[in-house]
Every structure is written in C-alpha cells, then in structure tokens.
Write a protein that binds this ligand. Structure first.
Ligand code: GLY
Length: 368
C-alpha cells in the first residue's frame, strides 16, 4: 500500500499530511527530519495510549528524543481548562523549552486539547498530530483548530495553530470500535456534500467495503477528504469565509452535543443528525432537490448513524440557546451552511426562526 502525501499550503507554515499503514514506528525519524528539540511530550488519552503510546514512545527514544508521556482521561470532558493546566504543570516539570515539541496521539479530543497546549505553552511549541480515529484523520487533525470546551459551549476557548506534520497511520483504525468508526464516516460524508459529488457517489457505491474497513477503498477516501480540507484551509485559514463550509451540519450538531451533555452523542453522531437537518433546511431555503435530501439521509442511515433525536420543549429551547452561543453566529444571528446541490454549498445563510423551529420539530423521532 503506497504512502500518500497531501500538502497544506500556508506559506512558511505549510505542512504535510502523511497517510498510510505502519507510520507510527517511524514517527521518531519524521520528528528528526523536522529538526525539533530533544525534549518532547506525547499527550494521549487512556484509549489511544493503551494501543499506541509504547510504539510512539519507543520510536522517539530510538531517534534520540527524550519523551514524556501525559495520559489524560478519555472523552469530551478531558477537553477542559483544568486538563490544560494539568498538562502545563507536567511540561514544566519535564523542562520543555521553546524548541521542544508535543505529539498529539489520539482522536479529536486529544488533538484539540494537545494542540491548544502546544499553541499556548511558552507562547507556542511545535506539534505533530497523530490522529488515531477516522474522524480525527479526515477532519480535526488538519487545519490548526485547537481548543477546549466551556460549560457554556463547545470549543469556546481556542487558537488557530498549525501542526508541523500530520501522520495518519491506517493501522490505528483497526482497533477503533465500530461506533467510533461510523461516527468518523459522518465527517467523510460531509466532504461529499460540501465539495465533491463524485466522492458522495463513491461512498454510496463502496459503503459496504468502507464499513468493512477495506484499506484499498478507505485509504484513497481518507486522502481525498484531507485534500479537500487542505484546499479549503489553504484558502481561508481563520474562517473568514470559505472555511465555514466545513461546518455543514455543525450548528445544530454542536447544539445537540451541548444540550444533551457531552457523552450522550459522539461528535460524528450529533453532526449526522445536524447534516440531515441542514439538508432539510437546504431544501426549504436553497431548493436542494428532495431526492438529494433523501440520498443524504439514506447514506447516514446506511452507516448506522442517528438521523433524528428526541427533543422535549425545554430541550428545544436549550438547543436554540446553544446555537446562539455557537461561534458561527454573526451579529447575534445564527448563520447556516446550506446545500444547493450535493457537492455545492453556500455559507452565511440566514434562516428564518420559524424554519429552524420547524426543522427542530422534525428532528423528533427515534434516535436511529
Ligand atoms: N472542523 C472544521 C474546521 O476545521 O474548520
């Protein structure tokens, strides 16, 4: 299986995404090529750490680095300022310096948290993203969004801070629980909807093989998602316009995560519901053909992802409040990314409150 490379073009801060099998044992030599300082820290969580920390640690030692292993709790609750402070204290005790670096080893939570620690400790240390979930490989590890949650909302504290390298080792997906793998597919489908109708068609066609994690099919799909993300981020790093298309389905999705409490839905599951809701709004506002709404909903269903959730009246209000707090609001108004066709979306769309209300009412139903 060939190793694929995707480049994120950001001038002097450009970097490569490397996609292939068995990349972890060579992480140390990749770090050496980047000419980073001797001391480093691997930030991981209990799940990823159990499977991969030793391989990464040994690889760094073999390449002459002096790594510290920091293991945080698994799950969204670890994405907190309290965990950040705890990491800072351990970095200080290990005497990390300006040229030292951080390795973010895990899924989206670890990548966002470790990236934020890297962005802020000593006003910024280099860091390497080593995403070990499908969702992190195709989305969160690429593009430099780092941050943590507040009780008031998801990712409300953070920084745009680009990694020096992203290593997507396909072998790490083998140990991923089915639920996590399917949640990652929600972001994969998103790229088809927002940017590439032939990717969407490929997913419709090859889904059985993808669900079996057939690497021959999966590797080019992951690479294509990374290419799309790289292209979008290169054009609009700090989300002043185009980058917001990556938030398709996220306005409602984030609000669902927030109002249900982190932990009930995985991020990918919440944005599966959010994308189906956004497709329905798209039909109403931009005339997305009904058959495309059905194709979108069917593809999520075929991935065993939820496309509805139960909402009582108080939960609907909570969801509305959470949407208003989302970073995607502008002048206090909620803006949506909506699809005109599969493969073509428009950002910054105003949606009348009644249309959002109807859409939330339609969310009601069984959770799968
Ligand atoms: N996950 C959306 C973005 O990186 O902009």
């Amino acid at each position: 299986m060939p190793v694929r490379f995707v480049s994120v073009q950001l001038g002097r801060r450009s970097y490569l995404i490397k996609i292939g099998p068995s990349l972890l044992p060579a992480l140390g030599s990749d770090g050496a090529r980047l000419k980073l300082g001797e001391r480093c820290a691997i930030i991981t969580d209990k799940n990823a750490g159990k499977h991969f920390a030793k391989t990464v640690f040994d690889s760094l030692v073999r390449a002459g680095f002096s790594p510290l292993l920091i293991t945080v709790a698994a799950g969204e609750t670890a994405k907190s300022l309290r965990t950040v402070e705890n990491c800072y204290n351990q970095l200080a005790a290990h005497r990390l310096e300006r040229k030292s670096f951080i390795v973010a080893l895990g899924g989206g939570v670890v990548g966002d948290l470790a990236g934020f620690v890297a962005a802020t400790y000593l006003r910024g240390l280099p860091f390497i993203q080593v995403p070990t979930t499908l969702l992190a490989q195709v989305d969160s590890s690429v593009g430099g969004k780092t941050g943590v949650n507040l009780r008031a909302g998801k990712n409300l504290v953070g920084a745009f801070y680009q990694p020096r390298l992203v290593l997507c080792d396909l072998n790490t997906l083998k140990t991923l629980p089915d639920r996590e793998f399917r949640a990652g597919l929600a972001e994969v489908i998103k790229y088809g909807i927002i940017f590439d109708s032939s990717l969407f068609e490929k997913l419709e066609r090859d889904l059985p093989k993808i669900l079996k994690r057939d690497e021959k099919v999966l590797a080019p799909v992951i690479a294509r998602c990374c290419e799309i993300k790289a292209e979008v981020v290169s054009q609009d790093e700090t989300e002043s316009g185009l980058r917001s298309i990556l938030n398709f389905g996220h306005t409602i999705g984030h609000a669902i995560e927030n109002s249900y409490g982190y932990g009930k839905f995985l991020h990918g599951e919440a944005i599966s519901i959010g994308q189906v809701a956004a497709a329905k709004l798209s039909e109403k506002i931009l005339g997305l053909p009904r058959e495309n709404v059905i194709r979108i909903e069917n593809l999520f269903r075929r991935c065993f992802l939820p496309v509805r959730c139960k909402l009582g009246a108080s939960q609907q209000k909570k969801l509305f409040d959470a949407m208003r707090l989302d970073k995607k609001t502008m002048d206090g108004e909620i803006r949506f990314v909506l699809a005109r066709q599969i493969g073509k979306v428009e950002f910054g769309q105003r949606v009348p409150a009644e249309a959002i209300e109807t859409c939330l009412e339609q969310l009601e139903g069984s959770t799968c």
